[in-house]
Design a protein around this ligand. Structure first.
Ligand SMILES: [Fe+2]
Length: 255
């Protein structure tokens, strides 16, 4: 059972993602950042969306909900905790909710932090997770609605997924994330290599995503709280994992 996935830019730096099952014709959008860009992707792919899988309530993730619902009559699923802020929501999800896409199980993972009700979608049969504004390439979402310990717990759930899982994220923030990552983990050769690649990709106007959990575990400082070199660099050898994460997040906020 192979899903086809199409990622495209929306707005300034948001990603739109369409997932399509060629056998059934079912197509889902991960969030709805911008009507115009989504319609262009629908036309280019020929895939008519039947569902929007919403990750969180921010305007740049739900703006096109109602317009697309009106045009395609699609179903909108999203986090129960933010249902009142998600236009057109039909199905309210919590962790453990039963959700399927084209006959495949979709696991709902609650990842509060960036927003209080943020959820991620994991399709174990397709080895792919849609993590929106929880994990970015070499970064993580800003803590707008929940404090660091809550986000830390959310991230521990995602790092427990199989390392080969492909991750689709909500934004192209990679270049600034890479530059920051080098300040806390300057001796990491995998990070240095990746940062150089990212500089080149962005200079050529190319996207740096999707990524994989394995790549993030090797280079994303927000998931490397256990790493001795990072801890030494921060002067936090004896701190808890959660404290190391909180310190890295604090530094990125003022980077
Ligand atoms: Fe957001």
């Amino acid at each position: 059972m192979t899903l086809q996935i199409d990622q495209f830019m929306c707005r300034e730096d948001n990603f739109g993602v369409l997932i399509h099952d060629p056998r059934s014709g079912e197509t889902a959008l991960i969030d709805a950042p911008e009507e115009h860009a989504i319609l262009a992707a629908v036309e280019r792919t020929g895939w008519t969306p039947t569902m929007i899988m919403t990750t969180h309530h921010h305007q740049d993730h739900v703006e096109a909900n109602l317009a697309l619902k009106q045009r395609f009559g699609l179903k909108i699923v999203g986090p129960k905790g933010e249902a009142s802020k998600i236009p057109g929501i039909d199905v309210e999800l919590v962790e453990g909710s039963k959700l399927e896409f084209a006959g495949q199980p979709v696991e709902v993972i609650e990842t509060p932090g960036h927003t209080a009700g943020h959820i991620c979608y994991y399709l174990p049969k397709s080895h792919v997770a849609f993590v929106a504004d929880t994990i970015f390439a070499m970064g993580c979402g800003r803590l707008l609605e929940k404090p660091a310990p809550v986000m830390f717990h959310s991230l521990t759930k995602l790092v427990a997924l199989p390392a080969a899982t492909k991750l689709y994220c909500g934004h192209e923030y990679t270049l600034s994330n890479a530059r920051f990552a080098l300040t806390v983990d300057p001796t990491n050769s995998a990070l240095k290599e990746r940062a150089a690649k990212v500089e080149k990709l962005r200079a050529d106007g190319k996207p740096t995503l999707p990524t994989t959990l394995a790549e993030e575990l090797a280079t994303n400082p927000f998931l490397r709280w256990h790493d001795p070199a990072i801890r030494k660099n921060l002067g936090m050898e004896k701190a808890s994992d959660e404290e190391v994460f909180a310190e890295i997040r604090k530094r990125k906020d003022v980077f």
